[in-house]
Design a binder for this molecule. Sequence first.
Ligand code: APR
Length: 320
Amino acid sequence: MARPKIALIGAGQIGGTLAHLAALKELGDVVLFDIAEGTPQGKALDIAEAGPSEGFDASLKGTTDYADIAGADVCIVTAGVPRKPGMSRDDLLGINLKVMKSVGEGIKTHAPNAFVICITNPLDAMVWALREYSGLPHNMVCGMAGVLDSARFRHFLSLEFEVSMKDVTAFVLGGHGDTMVPSVRYSTVAGIPLPDLVEMGWTTQEKLDAIVQRTRDGGAEIVGLLGNGSAYYAPATSAIEMAEAYLKDQKRVLPCAANVDGAYGLKGMYVGVPTVIGAGGIERVIEISLSKDEKAMFEKSVDAVKGLVEACKGIDGGLG
Ligand code: APR
């Protein structure tokens, strides 16, 4: 059986890391696409030359021609510009919307059967626009945010509790922005919910609140430290987890930006929710019960995403 084909649209910091991880994990053959001539070819060759030492079986190709993504099983989209210090993800909207148009059309023409994972920011609005431009079924287009935000939350919690990150589960709801909702009630250490851990004296409510805020600001913290770009190792790892769930039909329960139509009282909009990812793409959106406060935070986040989608429609009247 032929190896799966993984197309990476955007061969920058995240794109290159995605290619390296996909090869190391032998998820399939990789095509790196970018508009910057030389970049995808150079990265593909560099990673391919790591193959003999690492011993992976995967071919890597760099290209500036969309025809080379033909028949891809998975497309992961990072094309666009990242944040600079002082910028919010929303500041990227105008530039990256144009990029989504060309990427959506490229996928529609050459890889209409792919499972598409968008990473480009501002995430929730960009994945919505990419779906519109590509015309692919909603269950086959999603955005990577919740896995990353949850991983950040889990990492910070593991530091606070001095336990293995493996035993910390967490998830984050809502848009991938300042209004995201790290869920304290549904996050646990080996099944023990965080509020119980406060009662047990493992931490205090104040410390927990600070960790929630640090999670919300997790992307900006890295942008501030790097000074000339945004995070790429953890974002790439998160998207690979989603791609693997699809390619291996793992039925993973992962939070991601999915089209929510009916659940949470929403009518067809992309926002971060828990989902099941398997061979059918986004096979299920899981509707969890929210407390009054959680609901208010989630609704605020939903409103922020709606505002960005309206801004997209304002820029391109043909959308929606
Ligand atoms: N088509 C294909 N590639 C494009 C296009 C386009 N229309 N426009 C830009 N690119 C490419 C750039 O040439 C660059 O190589 O996208 C790549 C982006 O890479 P980086 O600038 O290194 O950005 P990266 O850190 O990978 O982040 C990409 O993901 O997390 C988000 O906010 C981040 O929106 C940003 C995206």
